[in-house]
Every structure is written in structure tokens, then in C-alpha cells.
Design a protein around this ligand. Sequence first.
Ligand code: GRF
Length: 197
Amino acid sequence: MTQRVAILISGGGSNMVSLVEDMQGDHPARPVLVVSNVADAGGLEKARSRGIATACVDHTAFGANRSAFEARLSEVLEAAKPDVICLAGFMRVLSAPFVTRWQGKLLNIHPSLLPKYKGLNTHARALAAGDSEAGCSVHEVTAELDGGRVLGQARVPILPDDTPEKLAQRVLAQEHVLYPKILRRVAIGDRSRLDLP
Ligand code: GRF
């Protein structure tokens, strides 16, 4: 049974593209919807040009009413009947009721070696700490920000002349490798941990 995958984005959608481009041939899953909370997110056009249904649930239209935003987001998702929902550069914190509603289906990719550096500005923090390596993590989404079970990680060395921008680029390249690998495993029910060399 082909798994139905919805992908949530907020920006350029490079992780979404990597996931979509991997979901071909004998892959056990297919993309069914790309949703952005940002109306002019570049990723929406990338999805459309690949023939994938898109939707926008603009969080600014709901003001401070997070539950109303999430209720609309759930409505849009329910119509797509997703088996897996991949957060891919999605920049909204999701509340406990939303996570409970979609329990077990939500994955996220975070640009740090969790549990280090939950939240934002991960690369600057790793550089400021003098770390020798950085990386990215795919994890199950829970109500705790970037706190769910880690399903896989990829590591990159931190180089002497690194800036947050240079490091971000190097980590992003590994995100594009790791996330599709983890999604393939999750799509066949394998949630064992996969750490890339
Ligand atoms: C990047 O900073 C990436 O590290 C994180 O989300 C941001 C945008 O990613 N996962 P994308 O290009 O929109 O997938």
C-alpha cells in the first residue's frame, strides 16, 4: 500500500524537493500535498511545477489564534489523508493538541545534532561553543520543540574558517541525503535509528 506523504514548508523547500524527487519508482511512498504557512514561499512553485497539489494556510490570517490556524491546517491535511507528514523547513511551533491529532505521523528535520541546540540559530551556537562537528537530525515531532525520538543523524566537520552561513550550506546538503533515507524507512514501518557516516 503506497504511503501518502504531506510536506509542510515555510520557505524555499529544498528539503521538500529532495523528498519529492526520491519518492519515485519502487519507493513505498508518494507525495500527495505540500502545504505552506507562507503565501509566497518559493517551495510552493517548486511543488506545483512537479505536479504536486499545494495549499497555503497563512498563519498571519489567524493573528495570535494558534488553535484556529492549526484547526485550518488539520482540515487541509485531513482532506489529503496523509500517512506521514514531513515538516521540512516549517517554521511554526505546533501545539500539543495538533501533535496529538497527528500523533505518530509527524517527522521533522532539524539542523543540529539533537539533543544539542534545539530551537533556532543552531549553526552560530555550535560555532560559538567551539564544537568540532555539526549536523542534522530527523526526529518524531512531539509537543516539546525538537524533542521527539531521533530517527537519524548526519554529521559534518566544523572547519576553522566556518561561518554560520558556510556551515548551514554544508549541513543542508546532508539534510537532503538524510531525510529521504529516513522517509523510505518510515514508509515501510522501520523506525530504527540510522546515523550516516
Ligand atoms: C534550513 O535552514 C534547514 O536547515 C532547515 O529548514 C531551513 C530551510 O530548509 N531544515 P528548506 O530549504 O526550506 O527545506
